[in-house]
Design a binder for this molecule. Structure first.
Ligand SMILES: [Zn+2]
Length: 120
């Protein structure tokens, strides 16, 4: 029986946001974000034993990079420009590439948002 494994990729970038009415993020400002994308699955011989192919990892990195030096509010017009909204958005965009969990950390605060698919 194969053993399930996970593989994570960590990406850092700077971006700005504004959350209307929020006590500390209610004015336009920036954060350094760290996004941890976790790929779940089984060892793949074509990916040197990883559950994710190099091509999928590159594609996911490009999707996260779209936020680098951008205003998150402009990038998520229908979503919340928070760590939670960003985690949800990134998981939706990357799920087809094998991502099962996304964590978004504001590096200069203790705030983390996590989006994860859970089988029920
Ligand atoms: Zn903020």
């Amino acid at each position: 029986m194969p053993v399930a494994i996970s593989h994570s990729v960590r990406i850092r970038f700077g971006a700005s946001h504004l959350i209307d009415g929020h006590p500390t993020c209610g004015r336009m400002h920036g954060h350094q974000y760290t996004v941890v994308m976790t790929f779940g699955g089984f060892p793949n011989r074509e990916a040197w034993g990883s559950p994710v192919t190099y091509a999928d990892a590159q594609t996911v990195g490009s999707i996260v990079d779209e936020f680098r030096d951008r205003h998150i509010n402009d990038m998520l017009p229908a979503g919340f420009p928070s760590v939670d909204g960003l985690a949800s958005y990134l998981l939706e965009r990357t799920r087809m590439h094998g991502v099962t969990k996304v964590e978004v950390h504001e590096s200069d605060t203790s705030v983390t948002g996590t989006a994860e698919y859970i089988d029920r």
